[in-house]
Design a protein around this ligand. Structure first.
Ligand code: TXA
Ligand code: MG
Length: 321
C-alpha cells in the first residue's frame, strides 16, 4: 500500500526515503515526478522499473541551485542566461555532461548530454535538503498521460511506490519545456510549461524546431505517448454520437448534445488554465467510457503549442504494446 502524505508534513520523510535509495512520487510545479538519488544506480533503476520505462530514454536531473547544475554540465552563455531568467521554473536545459559529474550513467542513458532543471517549491526543497541532484521523470506508467494530482499518481503507480507526497493539483499542468543550446543556436526539443516566445525573447533569436517526421530529438518524444484508452479526434467542429467532448473557450462544437461527457479546458479560452486542466480532463473523459474523445481546436499561441503537442501524441496511432 502506498502512503499519501501532505507536502507540508512530508519533507523529512521524503528526504530520508530518497537518501535510503527509494523512488518516491513528489509534486513539482509542472507535473508529479518519480524521484530518486541521481547518483545511486539502484535507486535510478527503481524508477525505470516502476514506470516500465525503456532504459534508452534518459531522465531529467533536478537541482537546487545553479552551482549544483554547474557541477553536472557545461553551460554556454545562452544556457546561463536562460537559467538565470527562468529557474526555478518549467524549463529543462540539455547541456554537455561534465566528465566528473556525480550522476549515474543510467540517468543519461549513456548520452554525453544531460537534461537539467531547477524546480520550484517542494521538489527544490527536497533536492536542497538532500544536497545532491535528484532524477525524476513524470510519475506515470510509461506511455500514459502525466499525473497532475496525487490521486492520479496513486491510480497509475500506487502499487509500485511506497510514498506519494501530495502537493495538490500541479500549478502548470504540462511538463517542462526542453531546450538544447549549442554552437548552432538553441533548439526546442519539447514544447512545455514555459512558452517558446518567452524563451525567444530572452535569447533574442528564434528557437530551432525539429521538422515534422524528423528523428526524435528527445528520446522520450515517441509519437504515441500520453495515450488515454479512448481515441482522440482533434480539431473537432462537431460531436458524433457516443463521443465525449473536450472543449476550449466559450463556443461549442456543433451537436454538443450528442456528447456522453463534456469538460472544458478553459471556458474563457486561457491557455494557462487549459494546460492545468489538460491531463486531468483527459483522464476524466477517458473514464467516462467513451471510445472517442472529440477535442475542440486549441490555438497554437503561448502554452497552446505544448497543449497541441500533447494532444497530437495522445491522438497518434498506438504502437502495439
Ligand atoms: O516537467 C518535467 O519535465 C517533469 C517533472 C517531473 O520534472 N519531468 C518529465 O520527465 O517530464 P520525463 O522523463 O517524463 O521526460 C523527460 C524528457 C524525455 O522525453 C527524455 O527523452 C528527455 O526529456 N531527455 C532527457 N535527457 C535528455 C537528453 N540528454 N537529451 C535529450 N532529451 C533528453
Ligand atoms: Mg513523461
Amino acid at each position: 500500500m502506498t502512503r499519501v502524505v501532505a507536502e507540508d508534513e512530508a519533507l523529512d520523510e521524503a528526504v530520508a526515503a530518497v537518501a535510503r535509495g527509494e523512488a518516491i512520487a513528489i509534486p513539482t510545479e509542472t507535473v508529479y515526478g518519480l524521484a530518486a538519488d541521481a547518483a545511486d544506480g539502484d535507486a535510478v533503476a527503481r524508477i525505470f522499473e516502476a514506470k516500465g520505462r525503456p532504459r534508452f530514454n534518459p531522465l531529467i536531473v533536478h537541482v537546487a541551485d545553479i552551482e549544483m547544475a554547474g557541477r553536472i554540465a557545461h553551460f554556454d552563455a545562452p544556457a546561463r542566461r536562460l537559467a538565470e531568467s527562468f529557474w526555478p521554473g518549467p524549463l529543462t536545459l540539455v547541456l554537455p555532461r561534465r566528465e566528473d559529474a556525480a550522476i549515474h550513467p543510467l540517468v543519461t542513458a549513456g548520452l554525453d548530454t544531460v537534461a537539467i532543471r531547477m524546480p520550484r517549491r517542494f521538489c527544490r526543497d527536497l533536492v536542497a535538503a538532500l544536497g545532491r541532484p535528484v532524477a525524476a521523470p513524470s510519475a506515470n506508467l510509461s506511455g500514459r498521460v502525466s499525473a497532475t494530482t496525487a490521486a492520479a499518481v496513486a491510480r497509475d503507480l500506487g502499487d509500485r511506490v511506497a510514498l506519494v507526497v501530495d502537493g495538490g493539483p500541479s500549478e502548470v499542468g504540462v511538463e517542462s519545456t526542453i531546450v538544447a543550446t549549442g554552437p548552432d543556436g538553441a533548439r526546442l526539443l519539447r514544447p512545455g510549461g514555459l512558452a517558446a516566445d518567452e524563451i525567444e525573447a530572452v535569447l533574442g533569436a528564434r528557437l530551432q524546431r525539429a521538422a515534422a517526421g524528423a528523428t526524435v530529438a528527445a528520446p522520450g518524444m515517441l509519437e504515441s505517448h500520453y495515450a488515454p484508452r479512448a481515441g482522440l479526434r482533434l480539431d473537432a467542429r462537431d460531436v458524433r454520437t457516443g463521443e465525449a467532448l473536450l472543449g476550449f473557450g466559450p463556443r461549442r462544437a456543433a451537436g454538443e448534445g450528442n456528447a456522453r461527457a463534456f469538460l472544458n479546458l478553459s471556458p474563457e479560452g486561457d491557455p494557462r488554465e487549459a494546460a492545468r486542466n489538460l491531463f486531468s480532463h483527459l483522464a476524466a473523459l477517458d473514464a467516462s467510457g467513451a471510445t472517442m474523445i472529440a477535442v475542440e481546436p486549441v490555438p497554437e499561441e503561448g502554452l497552446g503549442e505544448a497543449i497541441n503537442d500533447r494532444l497530437r501524441r495522445a491522438a497518434a496511432p498506438r504502437v502495439a504494446a
